[in-house]
Ligand binder design. Structure first.
Ligand code: 3NM
Ligand code: MG
Length: 496
C-alpha cells in the first residue's frame, strides 16, 4: 500500500466503549463500514491492556487488508509495530513524531492531530503524512478536547498551510455526521487554495444502527464535496478533449466539450495522437462506428496516450450487438489501459465478458441495482479502470469505492448521442483532475445530469428537440457558476 496513494476520504476512528459500540462486535462493525465505503481505519482504544489491543488490532488488520485499506493505531506505536499495520495517529500529548518515525521507519503512515496553524506547520515540517484537524464540534465521544475550532478554524488552518506551500492531506474530526458533513466540507474548504481530503468520524459510524449505510452516506457526501474542485480545475485549464468518435455525435460532442470547459478536437486519424497526447488532455475512444481501419486507429491512439500518461475514456457503444464489436472490445482491452470505461448495462456486461474469461453475456438482461454495483466493481477490478455504468440509477466504481448517482432526466434517453457526450464530459474532467479518477468521473456525471434536469424544466423546452440547446446552455451555466464559487446547484446531487 503506497503511502502516496492513501485515500483519506471517509476516515473511520474506532471506539470500543459500550457507550458508542454498544454490544456490537468491533470487527464486524469495521467490516460493514468498509463495505459501505470507509477508505482508512484508525484503531483507537485507550482502555484495553496491551495484549487485548494487539489481538484486536490483528483482527482488524486482517479485515482492512482484505479491503486494501490502511489500518493505523492511535497513540500506541508499540502495538502498530508489533502488528505490522500501516501506521499510527498521534495526538499532541502522545509520543513525539520523531520518536514514532524512528520506531516505524520511513514507509509507515504517521498522522498528527493539529488544532492550530502552528501545530499544523510544525507537524508538516517534521514530516507527518497527513493531519487530523479539530476539534470541529464538541463531541461526547472525546470529552477532553481542548479547542473547538469549527469549520472556520479548519478553513484558516487550510489557508495557512497552502500559503506556506504545503499540500499535505488533511481530514477534520469532532462531531461530524451525515447531517453536517456537507456543510462542514463546504465551509472548511479554503477555495481556491485547499480542500479537506476527508472527514474522520467515530460515532457517526460506530454508533450507527447500520454502519455500512452510514459509511455509504458519508462517502457520497465526501465525493460530492470534491465535485466543485474538479469542475474548477477544468475551467482553469481548458483541457484538450480528443475525441475519436462516431459520425453521429461529432458536432454535439464538440459543443458539449466546450460547454463544460474543455477544448475539443475531433481527430480520428491516429497518426496525430502522439502529438495530441503531449498537450495534456484526455482521449475518448468511442466505438460507435466500428471499422477495421477505425480499430487500428483506436489501438494506436490508446497506446500513444498510455505512453504519454494521458487519461483515456472507453465508450464501448453497442459492444454486445455484434461479434465484430465484442472482439473489438477484447482487442482494445488487451492493447492498453483505460482510465474510465463508460457504458450501459449491456455494454459493461460485454466488457465484463471480454475482461474476464468469456462467460455468458446477455445484453438484454436487466440487473437489480446491487447486481449492477457488483458488475461495475468486478469490471473495475479486472481492468483497473473506473467504471461508469449508466442507467436511471448510475453506478460508478473504482473497485474499492462504489457510488450510485440518481440524477438525470428522461430527455437524455430521447436524444441521440447523450451517452457519447457524457464520455466527452468525463474526459475533460479526467484530464484536469488527475489525482482521483473516480471523483473526476462522478463530477462529470453530476454536472451532466443536473444540467439536464435544469434544462428539462425550462419554460422554453417543450420536448427533446428544444432540450438539446437548453442542455448545452445549462452545462455552460453550471460550469460558470461553479467556477465563480456558486455551488448551490450541487444541493440537487443525489450521490450515495
Ligand atoms: N479526536 P465523533 S475529536 C478521536 O479533536 C477524536 O482530536 C478528536 O468522535 C480531536 O466523530 C475525537 O463521535 C472524537 O464526534 C470524534
Ligand atoms: Mg491521543
Amino acid at each position: 500500500m503506497a503511502k502516496g496513494k492513501v485515500d483519506y476520504g471517509v476516515y473511520l476512528v474506532t471506539d470500543s466503549t459500550p457507550a458508542i459500540l454498544g454490544n456490537k462486535d468491533l470487527t464486524s462493525v469495521v467490516e460493514a463500514a468498509l463495505q459501505g465505503g470507509v477508505t482508512i481505519v484508525q484503531y483507537r482504544d485507550k482502555l484495553s491492556d496491551r495484549e487485548t489491543a494487539v489481538k484486536t488490532a490483528r483482527a482488524l488488520h486482517e479485515v482492512t487488508r482484505r479491503f486494501g485499506v490502511p489500518l493505523l493505531v492511535n497513540d500506541r506505536v508499540d502495538v502498530a509495530v508489533e502488528v505490522g499495520c500501516e501506521g499510527v495517529h498521534i495526538g499532541q500529548d502522545d509520543m513525539a513524531y520523531e520518536e514514532a518515525r524512528k520506531l516505524l521507519g520511513p514507509d509507515k503512515i504517521i498522522g498528527v492531530t493539529a488544532s492550530s496553524i502552528l501545530e499544523a506547520l510544525k507537524a508538516c515540517e517534521a514530516g507527518a503524512d497527513y493531519l487530523g484537524l479539530g476539534t470541529v464540534y464538541a463531541t461526547s465521544t472525546k470529552k477532553d478536547t481542548k479547542s473547538i475550532i469549527g469549520p472556520a478554524g479548519i478553513r484558516s488552518i487550510l489557508l495557512g498551510l497552502s500559503s506556506a506551500g504545503h499540500s499535505i492531506p488533511t481530514v477534520c474530526i469532532g462531531g461530524i455526521n451525515g447531517s453536517n458533513a456537507t456543510s462542514v466540507l463546504a465551509e472548511s474548504s479554503a477555495a481556491p487554495a485547499k480542500s479537506l481530503d476527508g472527514i474522520a468520524v467515530v460515532s457517526a459510524i460506530v454508533a450507527a444502527a447500520d454502519p455500512a449505510a452510514a459509511a455509504r452516506d458519508l462517502l457520497g457526501k465526501v465525493v460530492a464535496g470534491r465535485v466543485p474542485d474538479v469542475i474548477k480545475a477544468v475551467a482553469a485549464t481548458t483541457p484538450l478533449s480528443h475525441n475519436m468518435t462516431n459520425l453521429v455525435v461529432q458536432n454535439f460532442a464538440a459543443n458539449v466539450a466546450l460547454a463544460v470547459g474543455g477544448s475539443p478536437i475531433m481527430a480520428n486519424y491516429a497518426e496525430e495522437a502522439a502529438d495530441l497526447a503531449k498537450l495534456g488532455g484526455a482521449l475518448v475512444i468511442n466505438m460507435g462506428t466500428v471499422t477495421p481501419e477505425g480499430l487500428k486507429n483506436h489501438i494506436q491512439a490508446l497506446q500513444a496516450y498510455n505512453a504519454a500518461g494521458g487519461p483515456v475514456v472507453l465508450d464501448p457503444v453497442g459492444a454486445g450487438a455484434t461479434s465484430i464489436r465484442r472482439n473489438a472490445v477484447k482487442t482494445l482491452l488487451s492493447s492498453g489501459k483505460f482510465t474510465v470505461i463508460k457504458g450501459n448495462e449491456g455494454e459493461i456486461q460485454t466488457v465484463y465478458g471480454a475482461a474476464v474469461t468469456q462467460r455468458g453475456v446477455d445484453s438484454a438482461s436487466s440487473l437489480t441495482i446491487p447486481q449492477r454495483a457488483s458488475l461495475a466493481k468486478s469490471v473495475a477490478r479486472s481492468t483497473g479502470a473506473v467504471v461508469v455504468l449508466t442507467g436511471t440509477t448510475d453506478v460508478v466504481s473504482d473497485g474499492v469505492r462504489t457510488l450510485h448517482v440518481d440524477n438525470g432526466h428522461e430527455f437524455l434517453g430521447r436524444v441521440t448521442g447523450t451517452g457519447c457526450t457524457l464520455g466527452t464530459t468525463i474526459s475533460a474532467m479526467e484530464a484536469a483532475f488527475r489525482s482521483d479518477p473516480l471523483i473526476a468521473a462522478v463530477a462529470g456525471m453530476v454536472l451532466f445530469e443536473i444540467a439536464a434536469e435544469r434544462a428539462a424544466v425550462r419554460d422554453d423546452v417543450r420536448g427533446p428537440g428544444t432540450f438539446v440547446p437548453a442542455f448545452i446552455d445549462e452545462l455552460s451555466a453550471v460550469r460558470t457558476e461553479t467556477a465563480k464559487g456558486d455551488v448551490a446547484w450541487l444541493a440537487k446531487a443525489k450521490i450515495e
